[in-house]
Design a protein around this ligand. Structure first.
Ligand code: GDG
Length: 724
């Protein structure tokens, strides 16, 4: 039976040395709870770093055995790994880059080496446990190379990757010298998940621009499979926060704390120490609020919990000092003997106390400058069992995409934050109730268990889709079957599209000249079968490239044909009516002028707008614009607009490769037909041919063809097999 392996940098446990041994405390974090429903079942396991540096082999062995009981497998990291891989590349390169703090990005080749090394170490550990058909779910930015490493070793494994932090725009990711390896690493997965649609589209754009893999509706077309990219906003364990808030323990803590702080409004803020969380900016806004509203003195306090984190990293040390200073400034300026404006805690609290803080607070001020999701705001809402309270939430947190009833603010706009706090302090209880209730409803429905379920379902779905393609894949068995049928046929005919089928694409179409290997292949085939090159290319180009080959040529999707019996003459197979061309050309030229790199190709029956050389993204944008423009004009002329591989073509609908293929076959008694093509124009051929024909589409798109094949290289291999 196949199993599921969860992989994350940290295991959901902490080890504390005690009396020469270790004490294990399970983590209560949201991810650990959500994934608990998975790794604790059956043979499933969780693999990760236990959080301590342990070098002695005996101690490692002891931990290994202990963790085994908890269904965990440790990856041991050395002090150097921690410094270079974790603090270094993960937290000084990827973290600042992905949170748009470009001024903090370190570009250190040794850190990159460590990142590679540790990802490999994870890979080796996983490979000791994984079977070829297991499901492996990898978490977060510390392990972005791992999906590909695993894919290389286990080509059929089901691999999911989820990134908990934002994925930045192409402009940022391109700054990282190792961007290509990172993106290729992630693309080893079958399903890649982010918290928001913005992260997802940034990732897709980077993949297309940096590693040249295009995508449609979140599906990346890799060379031999599809990869799905989607957004899965992570939820919390709603029930746990609700139940805790209702518990007598929390209720009595709330009473006690309330007694201590007296009758005033409370603003809660909870974050790990991190510059992305906007803590100094928040303090400055609170400072301004107190300056502008002396009437609030003594009536409102902020409870600020900052959980120590990464304090070995220089930028974090500096941040800590800045926060200490700001808190000191506010408290020293405004405190009275019975009122402290900021209750500042630089430490973590047990869950019951955290719950009491959420429950007793009137306002949660969650203003990160950038945050993948932010769970604190969700936990606050879930803890409001009396539905009193106001959430102020940064637009820059992933959660802002879901929690629309919060007061949303731009955390860089200090004025807006001050106003938002004032609005929250004066909000009517009836309005608070409406807002909180609506947010609670959605958080309850989409909790962390639902998040896990949706991700896993989607992963299965992608795998099923891939299997559909694989079942149609031209493998060795199919090659043998086709070769066998080819050899026993008396009158075999081969319809071969040219660009993308027999050869790859070049930025200038005129450079896709047949190479020697292809020429030899076509010649060899022409001795054994009727070979038809069936292309959208103009006749002059085909004539130039294949003039003296004993083959049939079909140009411009069937407007022109040259039969092998009559190599010197091209016949026109469709009446050319080009009265529409000038109008359409004018429009296309306007789009050429606006789009550097675009150009027009004129054929007898069609006009083609090429954008392969246009800056990525701009080409698509202009193509969409031109598409709708031309579509409107096309109906008046009874023309058809078709989207091809980096081209937009407008042509008469009655001229197509299918019609041309049938014209050529008329009166012949072919006992073997093979057609291969790579785009929509070839679909007409596949559709028109008799059922017994072998039809193959290059690439893994949906097709009418019986089979899919990976690339033109595999097409050549198949054709070479026929000649043997
Ligand atoms: C990353 C992404 C994304 C905090 N103080 C205490 C305490 N906490 C718990 C909170 C909350 C968690 O820590 C913090 O989660 P966040 O989501 O706010 O932030 P990150 O740690 O940066 O997490 C983030 C997340 O991954 C999930 O994908 O949302 O954007 O950066 O659960 O409750 N828990 C206890 N005591 C504390 O004092 N017990």
């Amino acid at each position: 039976m196949s199993k599921t392996i969860i992989v994350s940098n940290r295991l959901p446990i902490s080890l504390r040395p005690k009396n020469g041994h270790y004490e294990y405390t399970p983590s209560a974090g949201g991810l650990a709870t959500g994934l608990g429903s998975i790794y604790k079942e059956g043979e499933n396991i969780w693999i990760g770093w236990p959080g301590n540096v342990v070098d002695e082999p005996e101690k490692r062995a002891e931990i290994f055995l202990d963790l085994h009981k908890h269904k965990m497998v440790p990856v041991f990291l050395s002090q150097k790994d921690i410094e270079e891989f974790y603090e270094g590349f993960s937290n000084e390169t990827l973290w600042p880059a992905f949170h748009y703090f470009t001024q903090y990005i370190a570009y250190n080749p040794e850190h990159w080496e460590a990142y590679l090394r540790v990802n490999e170490l994870f890979c080796e550990t996983i490979l000791k446990k994984a079977q070829p058909d297991d499901t492996i779910w990898i978490h977060d930015y510390q392990l972005m190379l791992l999906p590909k490493m695993l894919r290389d070793a286990l080509p059929d494994a089901t691999i999911g990757f989820f990134q908990h932090i934002p994925f930045p725009s192409y402009e940022i990711i391109r700054m990282i010298p190792w961007r290509k390896e990172i993106l290729e690493g992630v693309c080893g997965a079958d399903l890649v998940g982010f918290h928001t649609y913005d992260d997802m589209r940034h990732f897709l754009s980077a993949v297309s621009r940096i590693i040249g893999l295009s995508s449609e509706s979140g599906t990346i077309q890799a060379e031999n499979r599809i990869i799905n990219v989607d957004s899965f906003p992570m939820g919390i364990d709603y029930g746990k926060f609700e139940d805790q808030a209702k518990s007598s323990k929390t209720q009595s803590l709330v009473k006690e704390y309330r007694r201590q702080v007296g009758d005033q409004q409370l603003i809660i803020t909870i974050d790990r120490l991190d510059y992305s969380k906007g803590i100094p900016q928040r303090l400055q806004a609170f400072h301004d609020l107190l300056t502008e509203h002396p009437d609030l003195h003594g009536k409102v306090s902020m409870i600020m919990i900052v959980v120590p984190s990464r304090d070995m990293v220089q930028s974090y040390k500096e941040l800590k000092e800045e926060i200490d200073l700001l808190v000191g400034r506010i408290n020293s300026s405004f405190s009275t003997l019975n009122w402290v404006p900021v209750h500042y805690f630089y430490r973590g609290f047990p869950f019951e106390e955290l719950s009491a803080f959420y429950s007793m607070s009137d306002i949660a001020l969650v203003t990160p400058l950038r945050d993948g999701m932010n769970l604190v705001c969700k936990e606050f809402v879930a803890s409001k069992i009396d539905q009193r309270g106001v959430l102020i939430l940064s637009e820059m947190a992933g959660a802002a995409k879901e929690l629309r009833e919060a007061i949303l603010v731009n955390p860089n706009d200090k004025r807006a934050v001050v106003d938002a706090i004032y609005q929250a302090l004066t909000m009517e209880p009836s309005e608070q109730k409406v807002r909180i209730r609506s947010m609670q409803e959605s958080l309850q429905k989409y909790d962390v268990f639902q998040w896990v379920k949706v991700f896993m379902d989607r992963l299965r779905h992608v795998k099923a889709k891939q299997a559909e393609f694989t079942s149609k894949n031209v493998d060795q068995k199919v090659i043998e079957e086709i070769s066998e049928a080819f050899r026993s046929a008396h009158e075999p005919v081969l319809f071969l599209d040219y660009d993308g089928t027999l050869t790859g694409f070049t930025s200038n179409p005129q450079n896709a000249v047949p190479d020697q290997e292809l020429k030899d292949l076509v010649r060899d085939l022409s001795r054994m079968a009727q070979v038809v090159i069936i292309s959208g290319r103009d006749k002059d180009t085909l004539e130039k490239w294949f003039h003296d080959f004993p083959i049939d040529l079909i140009a411009e999707h069937g407007v022109w044909m040259r039969r092998k019996e009559n190599q010197d003459s091209w016949e026109l197979y469709a009446e050319v009516d080009d009265h529409w061309k000038q109008d359409i050309r004018n429009v296309m030229e306007y789009y050429v002028l606006r789009t550097p790199g675009a150009f027009i190709e004129e054929k007898h029956h069609s006009l083609v707008w090429h954008y392969r050389k246009v800056e990525s993204g701009l080409g698509d944008l202009r193509m969409r614009e031109l598409f709708s423009h031309l579509k409107y004009m096309a109906s008046g002329y009874n023309l058809q607009v078709l989207e091809g591989n980096m081209v937009l073509e407008i042509k008469r609908p009655d001229i197509n490769k299918g019609r041309a293929a049938l014209t050529l076959l008329k009166g012949l008694e072919n006992d073997f037909i093979l057609a291969i093509g790579d785009d929509w124009t070839d679909e007409d051929t596949f559709k028109a041919l008799p059922k017994e024909a072998y039809t193959i589409r290059v690439g893994y798109s949906y097709t009418q063809a019986t089979y899919n094949i990976k690339s033109f290289r595999q097409v050549r291999q198949l054709l070479a097999a026929l000649t043997k």
